[in-house]
Design a protein around this ligand. Structure first.
Ligand code: CA
Length: 220
């Protein structure tokens, strides 16, 4: 999952980036409202973490511009402590959720997971596809109740597909959402991970849709 992190405080931004990357997210960042607006309008993100107090252009204005342009990006705003009017203004501007500073990384990650799930119309943190279950809280996968051991790359690929069961996902979309810019974006990489997943799961779980990409189907 690819996240846009917008925060002008360098210390907090570095802490958040580390926490997000450890949780398996690919992170793009901005430290001012103008860059944030530009990145969010052009990029394909699974969610945005948006601080409201930003230089150049404030967070509320950034959010209003995205929403005004029809963007449905899931947005979690970061508000100053005890600032109830910021929360109200943020939600009215189109934020999906908010978190007041200071906060625990665990809470931010839980809210982010919920935001990404709800954007795909999924209510439960436990994603199910036939006998296959993926717990987004613990990053555990089971098949018929038996644990399946996956590497972090394999897990991220499977989690992305399990958020979109039955939908064809292209290789370029997977590359965009699963790997940082500096990752070796060789087109074969996705195929290698799909091949590994097929050996660990019933092979028919990940269907190749010729010329288009991959689709998750419920294994028998
Ligand atoms: Ca700030």
């Amino acid at each position: 999952m690819r996240v846009l992190l917008v925060e002008d405080d360098p210390t907090l931004r570095a802490q958040l980036r580390t926490g997000l990357e450890e949780a398996g997210y690919v992170v793009d960042e901005a430290d001012n409202g103008r860059d944030a607006h530009h990145l969010g309008a052009g990029g394909d993100f699974d969610a945005v973490i948006l601080d409201l107090g930003l230089p150049v252009l404030d967070g509320i204005s950034v959010l209003k511009r995205w929403r005004g342009a029809g963007s449905t990006l899931p947005v979690l705003i970061l508000t100053a402590r005890d600032s109830w009017h910021e929360k109200v203004a943020g939600i009215d501007a189109g934020a999906d959720d908010y978190l007041a500073k200071p906060f625990h990384m665990e809470e931010l990650l839980a809210r982010l997971r919920a935001l990404i799930r709800r954007a795909q119309g999924l209510a439960s943190p436990l994603l199910q596809c036939g006998p296959l279950t993926l717990d987004t809280r613990s990053s555990r996968v089971t098949l018929n109740g038996q644990p399946v051991t996956l590497t972090s790359h394999e897990y991220r690929l499977l989690a992305y597909l399990m958020h979109r069961p039955g939908t064809v996902v292209s290789r370029s979309e997977l590359t965009e959402h699963l790997y940082a810019q500096d990752f070796d974006r060789d087109s074969n990489t996705i195929e290698v991970f799909v091949g590994r997943l097929r050996r660990k799961l019933p092979a028919e779980t990940i269907e190749t849709v010729r010329g288009m990409g991959y689709k998750l189907v419920a294994p028998p």
